[in-house]
Design a binder for this molecule. Structure first.
Ligand SMILES: [Fe+2]
Length: 219
């Protein structure tokens, strides 16, 4: 069945009152997505071209989900062995943020008919092990995170660039914009905690591939 015929069929069903306006719009969006969406020949984001906006969002969410899951795990374990009393609840708060990000992202992936593909990454495993280690100081753990980025606003910038590209799935757009705000808040807190413990901000090293440093996942 040609796409033009499918459009005509949909329009006829809508005009006859067989389908509601909402269903019509949803079906139209699906057909447009199959045709490549607003970008015509594909959807280009993060240096890659996807068949459509939906595929780019799925790929993005799958990657973010894995980083957030690692962040949730690392921070929850760190909070358990944290030696700095005034930091413990901050770590727990951010661990909870990471964990609920995973839950809402998984729900959105499910809405999009996509799987949550958990990927193994030895670098992430190493990071989680270090942040869980009671023999590593809180200052060193904070340095590991803070030294992976320059300014919190630079980390969230690529997230907002991706958000700006989204034209059709406004639900995903809002989800990612709120996620960026949370990440920004978390990153600012890590800088605050690091300097409060006497840490000195230096030039960023290689990015840590985990939830708080969203930029590491979005490049
Ligand atoms: Fe996060």
């Amino acid at each position: 069945m040609s796409r033009e015929f499918e459009f005509a069929q949909l329009l006829r069903a809508y005009r006859k009152g067989i389908i509601s306006e909402k269903t019509f719009e949803q079906e139209m969006a699906l057909l447009e997505g199959a045709a490549g969406g607003a970008n015509g020949g594909g959807f280009t984001a993060m240096g890659k071209t996807y068949a459509c906006e939906r595929d780019a969002i799925v790929a993005y969410l799958q990657r973010v989900r894995n980083g957030e899951a690692a962040g949730a795990q690392a921070l929850a374990r760190w909070a358990e062995v944290c030696q700095t009393d005034c930091m413990r609840s901050g770590l727990r708060t951010i661990a909870e943020r990471e964990a609920y990000h995973v839950r809402v992202i998984e729900r959105k992936l499910s809405d999009l008919g996509a799987q949550c593909e958990a990927a193994r990454d030895p670098e992430i495993d190493k990071f989680v092990a270090k942040q869980s280690d009671p023999n590593v100081s809180d200052l060193d753990k904070l340095r590991t995170i803070v030294s992976s980025f320059g300014k919190p606003e630079d980390i969230v910038k690529p997230i907002y660039e991706f958000v700006d590209l989204i034209k059709e799935d406004l639900d995903a757009k809002e989800l990612l914009a709120l996620w960026a705000e949370d990440e920004y808040s978390s990153l600012k807190w890590f800088v605050h905690a690091f300097t409060a413990l006497g840490g000195t901000l230096e030039r960023p090293a290689a990015p840590v591939q985990m939830g708080m440093s969203g930029a590491a996942q979005t490049h």
